[in-house]
Design a protein around this ligand. Structure first.
Ligand code: VG1
Ligand code: CO
Length: 559
């Protein structure tokens, strides 16, 4: 029998969840009671339902994961939680947590990840709460959690409970007069079972093995030493018959092997090289927690996430799941290029434009209005769960390829020929000084919202753009009417081209500026995005005075 101790504590500043949970340096989480405070605040934000509840707990394998799982077990026991479902060794991908919350109808889950941020003792850790729909908590809940962190005085902990989380099975404990159960579950089983329901595995398998088209379709799947390693092995090797040569970096490492586990052209450059120089038809990479994806074709032909979303929207009939559920609407985050809007118009579906962050898609999915959505930041997913889902996206692409018998590049060429092309690029200026970046955003907001800016002309590299609309994006959720203000500065021109600027809400130090450029061409679809968008990029740099405020001549990452 274990007793519960009430420990006195004092609040820490800055425990405010950002775009997707609380992300800080590991050393910040290591401060006395810092992590305990936040966990207790999550439980307190659910206080009416917490006693007797079940929660899912898991994370991406990064440094500090096991220690924090242990704290969650003890604090949950101390607060009357009845049961935890914990991934073996704490390992669960973010989409798998969402899947498990929904499958076992739990009160929610705690996801331990800083996603695409680097890991290890000198890097980042993160904690996020997901609700009973499996999705990241909405702003109202994260605001409640934050408020609680500012006044917390004590937390309740059952210190004597130690649970071997490396052993799959049911572990029961007596805590005061209650029974407390920790069920350590296989990290991948539920998720893999679900993927087999959603997709036609035999069809994808015959694509990979070549029995359909003759020649094997050679894939290279890169887990970037993140959490998807065991999922990739189970799905691609065990189920789909790929060989060990078709997968790389499939062992989750606490520091991701020193890599930045963000699947983009910069941080996954070695996958791009391997596909470019090897005999591969398809490459995919996933981020630390498995919710992001990058898709490339033969010769490392790059599919922008905005195009990926539009292509999938146009081919959902290739995926058995949608045959049974039907296809509802589509959605994208505001900075995501509007390619999917054109598909929605063509197929007569609703389209929603939401702020950055997956939490904004949840209500629409729960209300049955949204089937497929995505973000330009390498996020794609559907209403099968309430998180974006990297492996789902790769399997969706392979389904389209198996059905159309076309290469990735041909699929894109056909798409652009039919719908035209939204050229898109994103410039990231990472870890800049915060004060000047905040000032830049304030100055820019004032400038673009003052009288006379709408209608003004801006020229660079021989092109002139006339402003049609400029604002700080705000969004009213069509389901619960909640309003989210100040979600990014946008300047929309007469020809539909857009410049968007916002500050990242996932960084753990300094400020990261994101500049997004989107421009549509109906017929000139074969160009190079950086060349095609050059004039608009120049205009964006002029209007924002970005170089002056950040002191940077060039972005850290170009997508
Ligand atoms: C970034 C992306 C956003 C994404 C978020 C979480 O946020 O822009 O689209 O939803 O990361 O992704 P921000 O605020 O840094 O721009 V993940 O894979 O880190 O959970
Ligand atoms: Co992620």
């Amino acid at each position: 029998m274990s007793g519960v101790v009430i420990v006195n504590t004092t609040p820490y500043e800055g425990q405010k969840p950002g775009t997707s949970g609380l992300r800080k340096k590991v050393k910040v989480f290591l401060q006395e009671n810092y992590t305990e405070n936040f966990i207790q605040s999550i439980l307190d934000a659910n206080k009416d339902a917490i006693v007797g509840s079940t929660l899912v707990v898991g994370g991406d394998g990064r440094y500090l994961l096991k220690e924090v799982v242990d704290k969650i077990i003890k604090i949950s026991a101390g607060n009357g939680v009845a049961k935890l479902l914990v991934g073996q060794n704490g390992i669960l991908s973010t989409p798998a947590v969402s899947c498990i919350i929904r499958k076992y109808k739990t009160l929610g889950g705690i996801v331990l990840t800083a996603s695409h941020n680097p890991g290890g003792i000198d890097n980042d850790f993160g904690i996020k709460f997901n609700c009973s729909n499996g999705g990241p908590a909405p702003d109202a809940t994260t605001n409640d959690i934050y408020k609680l962190t500012t006044t917390i005085k004590q937390y309740k902990i059952a210190n004597n409970i130690t649970c071997p989380i490396d052993k799959i099975g049911v572990h029961t404990f007596n805590v005061e007069d209650r029974q407390f159960t920790v069920e350590v579950i296989d990290s991948v089983q539920d998720y893999v079972d679900y993927m087999k329901e959603i997709f036609d595995f035999p069809k994808i398998k015959s694509l990979l093995q070549g029995s359909a088209q003759g020649k094997p379709f050679n894939v290279l799947i890169d887990s970037m030493n993140g959490v998807t390693g065991p999922y990739v092995k189970r799905v691609f090797v065990d189920e789909l018959g790929a060989s060990e040569k078709n997968v790389r970096r499939v062992v989750p490492l606490e520091d991701f092997g020193g890599a930045h586990p963000d699947p983009n052209l910069t941080y996954a450059a070695d996958l791009v090289e391997a596909v470019k120089n090897g005999d591969y038809d398809f490459g995919a990479a996933f981020d630390g927690d498995g919710d992001r994806n990058m898709i490339i074709g033969r010769g490392a032909f790059f599919v922008t996430p905005s195009d990926s979303l539009a292509v999938l929207a146009n081919h959902l009939d290739c995926i058995p799941y949608f045959k049974s559920t039907g296809v509802r609407g589509f959605a994208r985050s505001m900075p995501t290029a509007a390619a999917v809007d054109r598909v929605a118009a063509a197929v007569g579906k609703e389209i929603f434009e939401v702020p950055t962050g997956w939490k904004y898609f949840g209500n629409l999915m729960d209300a049955g209005r949204l089937s497929l959505c995505g973000e330009e930041s390498f996020g794609t997913g559907s209403d099968h769960v309430r998180e974006k889902d990297g492996m789902w996206a790769a399997l969706a692409w392979l389904s389209v390829i198996a059905n159309t018998a076309q290469s990735v590049e041909q699929i894109l060429m056909d798409h652009w020929a039919k719908f035209g092309r939204n050229y898109f690029t994103r410039y990231d200026y990472e870890e800049c000084a915060s004060d000047p970046c905040n000032e830049m955003m304030q100055v820019l907001e004032r400038r673009i919202t003052e009288a006379g800016f709408v209608g003004s002309s801006h020229s660079a590299a021989g092109k002139t753009y006339v402003v049609k609309l400029a604002d700080n994006f705000s969004y009213m959720d069509p389901i619960d009417q909640s309003v989210s203000m100040k979600q990014g500065l946008r300047i929309i021109f007469e020809d539909g081209s857009r410049i968007v600027l916002r500050l990242s809400g996932t960084g753990s130090s300094g400020a990261t500026v994101r500049l997004y450029i989107d421009s549509y061409e109906a017929t000139d679809v074969q160009g190079d995005a950086q060349v095609m968008l050059r004039p608009l990029i120049e205009v964006a740099l002029q209007i924002s005075q970005l170089q002056k405020y950040t002191g940077r001549d060039a972005p850290t990452v170009i997508t």
